[in-house]
Design a protein around this ligand. Structure first.
Ligand code: ATP
Length: 263
């Protein structure tokens, strides 16, 4: 498969890990959704998580900022270190953690409030002052400013799907997190809106670490520096530079998946 450039500017960046999973595993009741997983995710790069439906991609993503805490039957074992600290230590406040590790979901979910208030929420959670400048900065970073300038008081729900998703990204980056987790952020969008979100993700990796779950292998190949392949049973089978994983996978099962033989 031809791997698009776009990541070349970041190619020389060192692989300094910001997230380190160490034997991280998740059960939902008796269902072992994530097998013990050990992987280092580098800072200021885009890491794509791919694999067939039900293989534990979202489970892994949610375990990074403890969103699985919100699922009663979920049980997490092992460690997920963020800047060297296990986020499952008793002294970690999950709400504070989620300010540093933000999340964007599959379906755009702006609050039924104005564009300004959506971004203000992101600033408030960090205790930041809601100035016009701070709102503009977040909207600019999310590549939405030019489309919403002059209508900041209209409802976020009046925007198109793609704009709503960029508003959600603005809300997620307003607190200035270090890591942004994205769970299929473009799967509900049309091709043009998808392309804008992909360009945005590329820009975001200049400042943030991005971990993105996607069903779309071309998208993973286009936008990511690193790719993690989970296969059925919640097993991380391969992790490495995206072009290596796509062009020269180590495992036959990964090659079969990438070439569309299953999944
Ligand atoms: N809230 C939950 N309660 C119980 N089981 C769950 C829950 N969420 C996920 N699971 C189960 O855990 C396994 C992994 O699910 P997960 O959503 O992580 O996979 P995925 O790879 O993200 O799937 P998809 O690509 O379809 O979104 C599946 O067997 C799923 O049924």
């Amino acid at each position: 498969m031809e791997i698009e450039a776009g990541r070349t500017g970041r190619a020389a960046r060192p692989d300094t890990p910001v997230l380190e999973a160490r034997g991280l595993e998740v059960h939902y009741g008796d269902d072992h959704a994530l097998q013990p997983t050990t992987v280092d995710i580098p800072q200021k790069q885009v890491t794509a998580i791919i694999g067939p439906s039900g293989c534990g991609k979202s489970t892994f993503l949610r375990s990074i900022n403890r969103m699985n805490d919100l699922i009663d039957v979920a049980r997490v074992e092992g460690e997920l270190r963020f800047r060297g600290k296990n986020v499952y230590d008793e002294d970690v406040d999950p709400v504070a953690l989620r300010r540093r590790i933000g999340m964007v979901f599959q379906k755009p979910n702006p609050f039924p409030k104005s564009i300004r208030e959506n971004v203000a929420y992101g600033l408030n959670v960090q205790g930041k002052e809601v100035t016009d400048e701070a709102v503009e900065t977040a909207l600019r970073r999310a590549a939405l400013w030019e489309e919403v300038e002059g209508k900041l008081d209209s409802s976020g729900l009046d925007l198109s799907g793609g704009q709503q998703q960029r508003l959600c990204i603005a809300r997620a980056i307003a607190p200035d997190p270090e890591v942004i987790l994205m769970d299929e952020p473009a799967s509900a969008l049309d091709p043009i809106a998808t392309s804008k979100v992909e360009d945005l993700i590329d820009d975001l990796a200049e400042e943030y670490t991005v971990v993105i779950v996607t069903h779309n292998m071309q998208q993973a190949a286009r936008i990511s520096d690193k790719t993690a392949v989970f296969l059925t049973g919640g097993e991380l089978v391969e992790f490495g530079d995206t072009n290596e994983v796509f062009e020269n996978p180590e495992h036959q099962a990964v090659e079969d998946y990438i070439t569309g033989k299953f999944g």
